[in-house]
Write a new protein. Structure first.
Length: 403
């Protein structure tokens, strides 16, 4: 029987077929231990260590990683099921097979109820039976761990879904001519909201206001800051604060609300007049909106830019007047939408590629509730997978025949 060093075998692999196993035999009877060891030595797939008590087994498990424990229930320092509980408390991920010296199946069943994967009766096992029991125990434990991980993932997904519904806004629009669609997609490896945010509200004078913002970073602090910035913007608009003062006020809010200096936010704000024929756009270091009108699709490159919020510089965010016409669609978005790669190359999609995607839709996105999600999926397909950055999109369209 080998006494293996700590580096004799790599750490336990939780999933997939195994070619070799490291086994800890916990048996106080040296004769039985030699017998079991001889049975396992027939196979090169198993390396064995021996511990004569539960306490010694605990020390060995603290020193090395093993795949399976063969455990005698009649140890001098742990009677009955106590040894199972002690070893699993030390390493819940370990597979465990009980060795019992009698023919009482109920004892083995009780052991499995306490966390063992299988039980065997001494004197009734051969090399093949023992090796098969070890292999099955390891695979059962891996399957059990997978089920637990899946259950946790499902619970987290459900919690995230509730969080999204609670934090993402419902537009406040009373004008029947205005149609609003929005989409949000956290970036790669993130289930929770990132720092991107959006909102759309209509004030008492009938003017429709929209905002899309992007807090730098992707952690929970940035997500919380994005929500606070959105709520501050909505409160100011509904309270009737002058448009030209909104970004300056939000700049001060950001300075007080951020968790650390240096956190900044880009933002675009939009105000559509009650007649739905003109709009004012203000950019705080943010991408300009796209306009679909008159059979063409273009970026509003004429919009003047002000600095991002939260950095030093002139507190000036000029408004650009945009003639919309009768029927139009405006799309506001964060840069995560067009910064993905194209077909595995180093080339980014860019705004030109984004305009091409917009032009491909037979109806404007704000008139098609599935178009925004379809567009994000197409951007992800071109990128070869999930986008690295978060994406927030809002579209507003005017139907002059409604109302």
């Amino acid at each position: 029987m080998d006494d293996l060093g700590d580096d004799a075998m790599p750490a336990r692999v939780q999933h997939g077929a195994r070619d070799a196993f490291r086994v800890l035999l916990v048996e106080d009877d040296e004769g039985d231990a030699i017998l079991v060891g001889d049975l396992l030595q027939i196979s090169a797939a198993v390396q064995v260590e021996w511990a004569a008590s539960a306490s010694e087994a605990e020390r060995r498990l603290d020193e090395v990683v093993v795949d399976c424990v063969l455990l005698d229930l009649g140890l001098p320092d742990a009677s009955g099921l106590e040894a199972i509980r002690r070893l699993l408390a030390l390493d819940p991920g370990i597979a465990l097979v009980v060795l019992t010296g009698d023919t009482d199946e109920q004892r083995g069943i009780d052991a499995m109820g306490a966390g063992a994967q299988d039980y065997l009766v001494k004197g009734r096992i051969d090399s093949g039976t023992l090796l098969r029991a070890i292999r099955y125990a390891v695979e059962r434990k891996a399957a059990e761990s997978s089920r637990q991980e899946l259950a946790v993932a499902h619970a987290l997904a459900a919690e995230n879904s509730r969080l999204h519904r609670g934090l993402l806004p419902d537009p406040i629009i009373e004008d029947p001519r205005i149609m609003v669609e929005a989409a949000y997609r956290p970036g790669q490896h993130r289930l929770l909201l990132g720092g991107d945010f959006y909102d759309v509200v209509q004030d008492g004078a009938g003017r429709v206001h929209a905002v899309v913002g992007d807090v730098c970073g992707h952690g929970p602090d940035e997500a919380a800051l994005g929500v606070r910035m959105r709520m501050a913007w909505r409160t100011l608009v509904l309270a009737g604060a002058p448009e030209q003062e909104l970004l300056g006020t939000l700049d001060r809010v950001l300075a007080h609300e951020r968790e650390r200096p240096g956190v900044f936010t880009s933002m675009v704000t939009l105000s559509v007049d009650p007649g739905c024929c003109a709009a004012r756009v203000r950019l705080a270091g943010h991408p300009e909106p796209a306009l679909i009108a008159g059979g063409s699709t273009r970026m509003l490159e004429e919009c003047e830019r002000g600095r991002v919020l939260g950095v030093d510089g002139p507190a000036r965010w000029p408004a650009t007047e945009i003639d919309l016409g009768d029927d139009w669609t405006l799309m506001l978005f964060t840069d995560g939408l067009y910064e993905g790669r194209v077909n595995g190359s180093s080339e980014r999609l860019g705004t030109d590629g984004l305009l091409g995607l917009l032009a491909a839709y037979p109806t404007p996105p704000a008139e098609n509730s599935h178009a925004l999600e379809a567009m994000i999926k197409e951007v992800e397909r071109l990128n070869g997978g999930a986008l690295a950055d978060d994406v927030a999109i809002v579209t507003l369209a005017c139907d002059t025949g409604a109302g």
